[in-house]
Write a protein that binds this ligand. Sequence first.
Ligand SMILES: O=C[C@H](O)[C@H](O)[C@H](O)COP(=O)(O)O
Length: 231
Amino acid sequence: MEKAKKDSAYRAGAKHITPETRVLGVGSGSTIVYLVHYLRENREKLHPDLVCIPTGFQSRQLLVENGFRVAELDEFPVIDVAIDGADEVDASLNVIKGGGAAHLREKVVASAAKDFIIIADYRKMSEQLGQQWKQGVPIEVIPFALSPVMARLKEMGGAPTLRMAQRKAGPVVTDNGNFVVDVDFGLIADPASLLARTKALAGVVEVGLFCSMARIAYFGMADGSVQIREA
Ligand SMILES: O=C[C@H](O)[C@H](O)[C@H](O)COP(=O)(O)O
């Protein structure tokens, strides 16, 4: 599995991070660690003034520890390329993200990017969202709105669960001070419509459905190959 993650990250890095890439969005999760390894091992191929925009605390730390310059969107509101992991990717490149509760900032960074690329291992590859990722769609909610949002999500046919922290009593609290509700909607026939309906609920800050955003996805396979899906 680790090899598959590394293969996808290295293939995408070699293809999409060129000496012209000045501002790079760096996502979150375990696959993105390998992208930072790629950057570390290929410094001579990078723009001399490369600036990285991390999507959260984890990737920020990772980049700083490896000697890369990190900056905020205030300074660099347009990103050349953003690369990020995924929890599930369907045949049309709709993506579920937020398994690490980072999807709000990830979506902001992806939206600011001219090009958005996904890296993942083969477990994330599916035909329809909900096939592989059984944990549900991550939805970031302000704590004040938790109960009414949970009730509305049930009315919409979802099965919401408040994500609980491990090694801390109580719920997961995101980098933005909010809660995450994982909502099982079964197989998702129309991700864009589900995104629109869930995002419209008062108190929902962001939904971990990324529709019509990714241009290309790299999947590291069990046999050592890398499969590519393009929008
Ligand atoms: O919130 C977390 C992010 O959306 C991650 O990019 C996603 O969960 C994939 O993570 P991993 O590369 O660890 O599978």
